[in-house]
Design a protein. Structure first.
Length: 634
């Protein structure tokens, strides 16, 4: 029989690991580590210097779970172990990655001989750490979250100020990426909370000191959930100088957050903090955080910056959770998810009637639903409701960049109030220069009113803030086409398709760009592929018909025209693309009839009348100039 375990404790560096419970201590202080990451750490640390393959880890700890579940779970565990140990993949002190094979614990480990018998092949049994502390009262955790957000912002700012004073910044501005906070609760349904925390931090930091700090947008960073990429690789992908990462555990009224700030260039850890709270300790927690930051560095924020970092008013916890769930579905960006998000925002408002952020969320959803083809909520209902929700949000909180942006969108896209929209976009960008959507939509207003150079600069700024956004990369390609740079436009659509090969809009616009450049076979190939992606929808079909006209296949183009005319009867669809096919066929009366109907429904495509090359054949017609004037374009 093998020898029994004589002492279930491993020591490495300043850490002690209890093999029987999975508890990890650093210099006597308990480090929070969930049960599964604790099991992985025990397994690896029990075999110092040995390669432990991924297959061995899976057999030992994952049982019957699928390969995908195992891969995601192991990646999460490794990230949490490194976060707890203050380690990193590029220059590890404890946990080394052996590419495509597994992991090796490389730190010297004491008491190994007395912990495991020489012939031991498995890891000792691991019990989840026992909960001994009382749980936080459920009506107190929103205040704790506010304190954590303030601390994270101050901690980042401290790191930023330290960087500014001790190292050169070549362009006077640094770029930060906030990676998706890991859901440490072991409950997938709690993803909405960790995602919401990530969003809140991105928003807060984006407003902190915009002349010195730019923050990468949510769309791009969310692609690095459960990633195996190193900090250096992520920084290169996003153009980021610094990475903020961490994890959050939230359940039954309890909130715990770990976070660390890392400099990409050398993977040095500039700042790290763990937060948790117990009943009655909220104010004490805030004081402790403030004292710690004060000891780290002197902060000199102006009154406006200080106001933005003030703790938010205590909210009904159910309202806040409903709001985070609304944002979770909003970020899925499709009609069904918008409808789910609206329900959650309405639930939040039923519990907290003066909740400005929930009104802003409603405005976002309604504005985009009203801009979809065949929307569930008709455009003439959705857009006024969006405006009312945005205005109510601003009555409650004038500093909401999201609400200003949604209001600007309605004014631009539905009311054609160019000056009003411009004013709202400018205010949104002033409040949060890192809000990529504000720059993105503002770029279309600038293009519509003829400020082409400013439009390209604005969409380029949006892309810098959200470099992996499929829609922003596609929008840049579209706007480049309107200024006549077809080669750059094509290259940009191709870049968008590298990010997401199935992004229908990018492929359709690439086909249109090829058509504009006279490369008709390429246009037909791309538009045919788009039609397959659309699954029977009609958005790209008019452009495919136009390509057939250019290739001499007029009968095929007429067949598409007849099919579209049948399919749109009784539907609220975008008539603007259909009119482009009529114009290409030389049927001007039909084209103008559709444009007039589009005008009556105040469809958003009409803001592009002056720059869209599809209307070149109609520009000499007096009806075209009349339509431009009625839309209010200068």
């Amino acid at each position: 029989m093998p020898d029994t375990v004589s002492k279930p404790l491993l020591r490495f560096g300043p850490f002690e690991l209890d093999l029987s419970s999975g508890e990890l201590h650093k210099s006597g202080i308990a480090m929070r580590l969930q049960p599964q990451p604790a099991k992985v750490l025990v397994l690896l640390a029990s075999r110092p210097g040995q390669l432990v393959t991924r297959d061995a880890i899976r057999t030992e700890l994952w049982g019957d779970q699928t390969f995908v579940q195992f891969e995601q779970g192991l990646n999460f565990c490794v990230r949490q172990i490194r976060l707890a140990l203050g380690d990193n993949a590029d220059s590890p002190l404890y946990l080394e990655t052996v590419p495509r094979r597994g992991y090796r614990f490389i730190a010297p480990v004491n008491n190994v001989a007395s912990v495991l018998s020489p012939d031991s092949k498995g890891s000792p049994p691991v019990r989840p750490p026992q909960e001994t502390k009382p749980r936080l009262a459920r009506d107190r955790w929103p205040a704790v979250l506010s304190a954590v957000l303030v601390a994270l912002a101050l901690g980042l700012y401290a790191g930023h100020r330290w960087i500014s004073s001790s190292g050169p910044i070549t362009n006077g501005k640094v770029i930060l990426a906030v990676l998706p906070f890991e859901n440490m609760s072991s409950e997938p349904e709690q993803d909405y909370f960790s995602d919401g925390l990530t969003d809140e931090i991105i928003t807060d930091l984006g407003q902190l000191q915009p002349d010195r700090l730019g923050v990468i947008a949510r769309t791009s960073v969310m692609q690095y959930r459960h990633t195996d990429k190193t900090i250096r690789q992520i920084g290169r992908d996003l153009g980021a100088d610094y990475i903020l990462e961490g994890g959050v555990s939230h359940g039954t009224g309890e909130l715990r957050v770990n976070a660390q700030l890392i400099q990409v260039e050398d993977q040095s850890h500039l700042w790290a903090q763990s937060f948790e709270s117990q009943p009655g300790d909220v104010l004490k927690l805030q004081d402790q955080i403030a004292a710690k930051i004060a000891n780290e560095i002197r902060l000199k924020l102006n009154s406006q910056q200080q106001a933005r970092l003030n703790i938010h008013p205590l909210l009904n916890p159910g309202a806040y959770e409903a709001y985070l769930k609304g944002r979770y579905f909003w970020n899925r960006r499709n009609q069904d998810s918008y409808l789910q998000a609206i329900q959650y925002f309405q639930q939040a408002l039923a519990k907290e009637t003066h909740y400005a952020q929930a009104y802003a969320g409603l405005a976002d959803c309604l504005a985009l639903i009203g801009s979809l083809p065949d929307p569930t909520i008709p455009r003439n209902i959705a857009m006024p409701r969006a405006k009312a929700a945005a205005e109510r949000a601003l009555e409650l909180d004038e500093s909401s960049a999201e609400a200003h942006t949604s209001l600007a969108f309605v004014k631009m896209h539905y009311e054609w109030d160019w000056q009003g929209a411009e004013s709202e976009y400018q205010r949104a960008v002033q409040l949060n220069p890192s809000y990529a959507t504000a720059h993105e939509w503002h770029a279309y207003l600038l293009m519509a009113i003829g400020k082409k150079e400013a439009s390209i600069a604005e969409i380029s700024q949006a892309r810098q803030l959200d470099p992996l956004s499929s829609i922003i990369n596609t929008d840049l390609g579209e706007l480049l086409g309107y200024v006549g740079d077809d080669d750059a436009s094509i290259e940009q659509f191709q870049q968008a398709l590298k990010i997401d090969p199935n992004f229908m809009l990018a492929r359709a616009m690439l086909g249109v760009a090829y058509l504009r450049k006279g490369q008709v076979p390429k246009a037909i190939a791309e538009l045919n592929q788009t039609a397959e992606l659309e699954g029977g929808k009609t958005w790209s079909q008019p452009y495919l018909g136009a390509a057939f006209v250019r290739s001499g296949q007029r009968d095929e183009a007429k067949a598409i025209q007849r099919e579209l005319e049948r399919s749109v009867k009784g539907e609220h669809v975008h008539l603007y693309p259909l009119a482009t096919l009529d114009a290409e066929l030389g049927e001007k009366d039909k084209a103008f009839a559709l444009l007039q109907e589009s005008f009556s429904e105040r469809q958003g495509f009409l803001i592009l009348l002056k720059v869209d090359h599809n209307w070149d054949s109609l520009r000499s017609d007096p009806r075209y100039e009349s339509l431009v004037k009625r839309v209010g374009l200068p």
